[in-house]
Design a protein around this ligand. Structure first.
Ligand SMILES: Cc1cc2nc3c(=O)[nH]c(=O)nc-3n(C[C@H](O)[C@H](O)[C@H](O)COP(=O)(O)OP(=O)(O)OC[C@H]3O[C@@H](n4cnc5c(N)ncnc54)[C@H](O)[C@@H]3O)c2cc1C
Length: 388
């Protein structure tokens, strides 16, 4: 069979990583990306486990680690900023030893990708043909492919249309993100303040500037979608209601929530899709298996998934149905594991309801992180071995 034609919807980490992985196998994909250009800003993401080996194979690991954010440990603090417990950054830790800005990583992948990336264009119609997929784009182009890969992130519209049985499960809260100056005195710590009231505020370093994350436990509020002003009010009100508006660095964070033009807030959801392909259309990255921003690992999974999918397509170009099946079999066991912490109880641990629960959690974590029991924590976040 001739080289398969691969069309990718979405130029995030997953889509661009697939462009790199296919390019290394002599396959040039086409990518359509809804955004008008590469997306800037954003949070840091962690590279763990086998994703580092994949990047090394792609000759990108040195370039990526040179852009690493100097984040050395996670430190939990109380009302007056006093340390409660700490954990060093490591592959299996809560904070990884390779954290990198999403924008920086995506720029490296895009530069290395062999794909033809078309910004400001998305698919408006798709249909199965005898040998693959026929699509039409928002610019009126017809694009035919042997395989269509949906890599549009957690809230993929194509997935909603073509995989109606896939579900987004609400995990009981929201995560907001703002840029702010990283306090020098934190010395490379990610500092986490969770004092009860269902709210957690964390400040972490970035390569260029710092950022604050605010997790809020609350019933689902669909009316907040796409309403930034309402999201800002919602997050600020929860902080105030939790009684911590004047504590620690929270006043500066509240100021950024009100004024940061890059303010981002999203529902914490995990994606559960019983199948990742229908005909020649296949899901990749957060679209297929997101465990939410809280559990991390989405980036490592996107890179590993891209490598697995490219490998399957290149190995079985004459039997693409089997290739998509092989890819799913390989990645499923990783998602079973990466979803393990994606539950409302995870959010409850980070953003407990009462001050008493917060004190109890801190006591448990202090005990665990200071004794050999800490291995339980590191094992809990390490991926299984990558086997053929
Ligand atoms: C606030 C936050 C914090 C996070 N923290 C971490 C972390 O600490 N560690 C970690 O590993 N991961 C984290 N993640 C997740 C991580 O960013 C993703 O798991 C990872 O980048 C893989 O994403 P993706 O490429 O599958 O999707 P995305 O990065 O969401 O990319 C999807 C792309 O598709 C485009 N798109 C969407 N719809 C369409 C359409 N219809 N047509 C064409 N293009 C479309 C989007 O514009 C975007 O460029 C976090 C995510 C968020 C939002």
């Amino acid at each position: 069979m001739s080289t398969p034609r691969v069309l990718i919807s979405g130029a995030g980490i997953a889509g661009n990583a697939l462009g790199v992985a296919l390019g290394r196998r002599g396959i040039t994909a086409t990518v359509v990306e809804r955004a008008p250009g590469p997306r800037t800003g954003g949070h840091t993401v962690d590279l763990r486990g086998h994703s580092r080996h994949v990047l090394r194979d792609w000759n990108l690991l040195d370039e990526v680690t040179a852009l690493r954010v100097a984040e050395e440990r996670m430190v939990a603090v109380g009302h007056d900023g006093n340390e409660l417990w700490r954990m060093p950054a490591q592959d299996g830790g809560i904070v990884a030893d390779v954290e990198i800005g999403r924008e920086d990583l995506n720029a490296v992948l895009e530069k290395a990708s062999a794909a033809d990336i078309r910004y400001g264009e998305h698919l408006v119609a798709t249909g199965a043909t005898a040998t693959g997929v026929r699509t039409e784009t928002s610019r009126g182009h017809q694009l035919d492919a042997d395989v269509l890969v949906i890599a549009e992130g957690t809230r993929s519209s194509l997935r909603a249309r073509l995989f109606p049985e896939a579900k987004s499960c609400y995990l009981g809260g929201y995560l907001a993100l703002v840029a702010l100056s990283y306090p020098e005195e934190f010395g490379g710590d990610m500092r986490v303040f969770s004092a009860g009231g269902g709210v957690m505020v964390a400040i972490r370093p970035g390569r260029v500037q710092g950022m604050a994350l605010v997790a809020v436990r609350a019933p689902q509020r669909p009316e907040l979608t796409n309403d930034t002003a309402a999201q800002r009010r919602f997050v600020a009100e929860h902080i105030t209601r939790a009684g911590v508006a004047d504590k620690w660095y929270v006043p500066s964070v509240l100021d950024r929530i009100a004024h940061d033009p890059g303010f981002h807030c999203e529902e914490l959801t995990k994606v559960v899709a019983p199948s990742w392909s229908t005909g020649r259309t296949v899901l990749l990255g957060d679209t297929a298996w997101s465990g939410s921003a809280l559990t991390g690992l989405g980036t490592a999974m996107a890179i590993m998934g891209a490598e697995a999918l490219a490998d399957a397509i290149a190995t079985q170009p004459g039997d693409l149905d089997s290739a998509l099946h092989a890819y799913e079999t390989k990645m499923r066991r990783f998602t079973r594991w990466s979803h393990a912490d994606a539950s409302p109880s995870m959010l409850k641990r980070w953003a407990p309801s009462t001050e008493r629960q917060a004190r109890m959690n801190a006591l448990v974590m202090r005990t665990v992180t200071r004794t050999p029991l800490r291995r339980m924590l590191t094992r809990a976040v390490r991926p299984p071995a990558w086997t053929a």
